[in-house]
Design a protein around this ligand. Structure first.
Ligand SMILES: [Fe+2]
Length: 595
């Protein structure tokens, strides 16, 4: 039984394939076509998934699409009558989805009628909920989805019991926590699609000076209910317009905040203007108001369901600052967030809705780690290295133990290490498969990484990976965060020990690494711990203002283009000869023992 899930014609296009109840592969199109947040038909991702299952498109039994034109049809029609432009855009989207069989056939170069799969339209938030609960390790849980808008809803909650979910409630258009966060992100001068996490990083620098005003912009108005102050927004009159041409373009969102918001909060920050304390305070106020609404929601959901476990999905589930506070504000004892909590995850969710709810099959899969994308053999890696070599790098091939020891020594010596191992991560975070690693003990490392490789806003924090066993020693909470979706406070006495990934507010967006789920990465962290006494590394994504690298040649290109010191790829290590010739001392004076 083969089920193909496809998030198409929408940002974060992706595909996933489930065979006999188990996920075999899941990947975002951006990793393959190299267009950030690529929308359109994820043709490459689909082909990769089919290849992993060893089937052709014509052999797939079910195709799950996380969009249901019939969902909330009365509300959609009401809005369409009020706003003709929206009706026109809606019609275009519907036409696109209606033609998906033809588009799929064309991408696979087969006749449309040879696709024998049954097509399933899965409501957007049902797919979100499923993407979290059905792959979680829990037999019962409360489940919550919150994002911008999908199928005219912005939030939905349910109880999961075995292979079923029972929907309990929803918040519909125009009220949306995702729209709230995106609108204010734009107001603060961050207009690129997906910039919300930057503002989350900024919030730590400010005080919630404007919280009273923000409580008018968004507020809880009863258990399990929230409202936007609609005067502050435009989407209720103009729609939340997302435009893109095809999979070759990053989507663009139209302006979501109104002139009234500027009247109340002051002028918009232009993208090129410097960030001032006022902006920091606005970001802090925005985050604080969001957390108030979420806290009320978590508490009410815990009370209503009596469940001890919460599974989260939707873009809001990436708010790791808020997630870290769930345990303080509710009676939930465990929280599960799968690594692609945003719209990419819809392909997995839709496939599992078909598996369990449409076909009634039992659960037998748990997503314990994030490597569901392409991997490359030692031979393929060797070929890529040999093909690109011009004698400027020193190459070694090592057995696993020696590789781990050598990498740990490089990190401890202050080198910046590209770490390319196994299958590409599912979701936006590098989690030890396509990561850049560095020594967390060096306070200057954040600036050095930014200057030499990442070139990103200086206020954005870097994150630590830590072995499970050491979490209680370093953090004030020890609940697992295997997919970097929680920020916890670093213990005050440890903030000076791992200064590079500790944010200005004393928190860190940690990845907890278990030996069972990620054995090679755990082994590396353990080796770093043996050398330095600190089983932690700074872990940032392997890229430089591009989608995270997928293939060996992309890693080599990023390695050459930037001032990374070492690349560890499969069992190979590469060091730049120029850096070696300059002695162990790098330009930053980093490659020396830490006193
Ligand atoms: Fe969504």
């Amino acid at each position: 039984m083969i089920i193909l899930g496809i998030n198409a014609y929408h940002a974060n296009a992706s595909a996933a394939i489930v065979a006999d109840g188990r996920l075999l592969a899941a990947v975002e199109e951006e990793r393959l076509n190299r267009v950030k947040y690529a929308a359109g038909l994820p043709a490459r991702a689909i082909q990769y998934c089919l290849d992993q299952a060893g089937v052709k498109l014509a052999e797939v039994d079910h195709i799950a699409i996380p969009r249901d034109p019939r969902a909330r049809i009365a509300t959609k029609l009401r809005f369409a009558m009020r706003m003709p432009r929206f009706a026109f855009e809606r019609a275009q989207v519907m036409a696109r989805f209606a033609g998906i069989r033809e588009d799929l056939a064309s991408a696979s170069e087969i006749a449309p009628e040879s696709i024998r799969a049954q097509f399933h339209r899965i409501e957007h938030h049902t797919a979100h909920l499923a993407s979290a609960y059905f792959v979680s390790p829990y037999e019962r849980a409360a489940v919550l989805s919150a994002d911008g808008l999908g199928d005219f809803a912005s939030s939905m909650w349910a109880v999961g019991e075995g292979a079923r979910m029972r929907i309990l409630g929803e918040i519909t258009f125009p009220h949306s926590l995702g729209v709230y966060y995106t609108a204010l992100t734009q107001y603060l001068g961050f207009w690129k699609f997906g910039d919300e996490y930057k503002v989350m990083g900024l919030a730590a620098y400010g005080q919630p000076e404007f919280l009273e005003e923000f409580r008018r912009i968004v507020r809880a108005d009863g258990p399990l209910s929230f409202r936007l102050g609609l005067d502050y927004f435009t989407h209720q009159n103009q729609g939340a317009e997302m435009s893109w041409r095809d999979a070759s373009q990053t989507p663009v969102l139209g302006r979501l905040f109104s002139p009234y918001l500027e009247k109340r909060l002051g002028p918009t920050r232009k993208a090129e203007e410097p960030l001032e304390q006022r902006h920091h305070n606005l970001a802090a106020s925005m985050q604080a108001a969001l957390e108030e609404v979420l806290a009320a929601h978590w508490a009410a959901l815990a009370t209503k369901t009596g469940e001890k476990v919460l599974c989260l999905a939707g873009g809001v589930a990436f708010n790791c600052l808020a997630n870290g506070k769930i345990f303080d504000h509710s009676s939930f004892e465990r929280v599960y967030v799968q690594p692609a909590a945003g719209d990419a995850g819809l392909s997995v969710g839709a496939a599992f809705v078909v598996e369990h709810q449409a076909l009634g099959r039992p659960r037998q899969f748990v997503m314990e780690q994030a490597g569901w994308g392409p991997e490359f053999s030692q031979q393929q890696i060797r070929k890529a290295i040999t093909g690109s070599s011009n004698g400027d790098m020193q190459l070694s091939e090592l057995d696993e133990d020696s590789l781990v020891q050598a990498t740990a020594r490089h990190i401890a010596a202050g080198k910046i290490v590209g770490w390319f191992q196994g299958r590409v991560e599912w979701g936006p975070r590098a989690l030890g498969q396509r990561s850049i690693l560095a020594d967390p003990r060096r306070p200057e490392m954040k600036d050095v990484l930014n200057r030499r490789i990442k070139h990103r806003e200086i206020f954005r924090p870097f994150a630590p990976s830590i072995i499970n066993e050491a979490v209680p020693e370093y953090f004030e909470r020890s609940e697992p965060s295997p997919f970097m979706t929680f920020a916890y406070s670093v213990r005050p006495e440890k903030r000076g020990v791992i200064p590079a990934p500790t944010h200005v507010d004393g928190t860190a967006r940690l990845q907890t690494v278990s030996r069972g789920a990620n054995p090679l990465y755990w082994k590396l962290l353990r080796a770093v711990g043996d050398l330095t006494g600190v089983p932690v590394v700074l872990n940032t994504s392997f890229n430089d203002n591009e989608p995270i690298v997928c293939r060996p040649d992309e890693a080599l290109d990023c390695f050459r283009r930037t001032q990374m010191d070492v690349l560890v790829m499969g069992n190979f290590t590469l060091e730049k000869k120029a850096a070696l010739a300059a002695g162990a001392m790098s330009a930053d004076g980093l490659a020396e023992p830490l006193k």
